[in-house]
Design a protein around this ligand. Structure first.
Ligand SMILES: [Zn+2]
Ligand SMILES: [Zn+2]
Length: 148
């Protein structure tokens, strides 16, 4: 879901402020990774991030650099990762409205969905266990229509 309320410029500015407040250094490479993740509606792997930065922005980034960057973003809660089951995590910015995922275990396709009944039922289940729900990760693994 690529509908962002914030423009990329203000998103990047906020990110840079946070990073320098925490005492870390900014890097152009990180900026480009965020740009790619901002302007895609896909969930991208580290390999795909390397490829897109090279093809689209002519930036040569090693895979290790990308892994370090996404780890950093994840620690700051700027991105979320998805375990697709093929060993390569997929990443997306943590900006869009809450949604859950369905993952095809055959072709690794990711479908986003939002279901009010599921959302509400989780509140009910949490409450009946005297549990305060703060967040959840819901991923349905299965076979997509094309692969059936
Ligand atoms: Zn499939
Ligand atoms: Zn998603």
């Amino acid at each position: 879901m690529e509908k962002h309320e914030q423009s990329f410029d203000s998103f990047l500015e906020n990110f840079k402020k946070t990073v320098s407040k925490l005492g870390f250094k900014n890097s152009t490479q990180k900026d480009y990774l965020l740009k790619i993740l901002y302007f895609t509606d896909k969930h991208l792997s580290a390999e795909e991030l390397v490829k897109i930065s090279k093809d689209k922005y002519k930036i040569d980034m090693g895979i290790a650099t990308v892994y370090r960057a996404v780890k950093f973003f994840e620690e700051l809660n700027i991105i979320k990762s998805l375990d697709v089951g093929d060993g390569a995590k997929r990443y997306e910015l943590n900006l869009s409205l809450h949604h859950d995922h369905m993952i095809c275990t055959s072709c690794s396709k990711i479908i986003e969905f939002n279901d009010d009944v599921i959302e509400e039922q989780q509140e009910v289940v949490a409450k009946s266990n005297k549990f305060v729900l703060k967040d959840h990760i819901m991923t349905i693994y299965g076979i997509c229509e094309d692969c059936q």
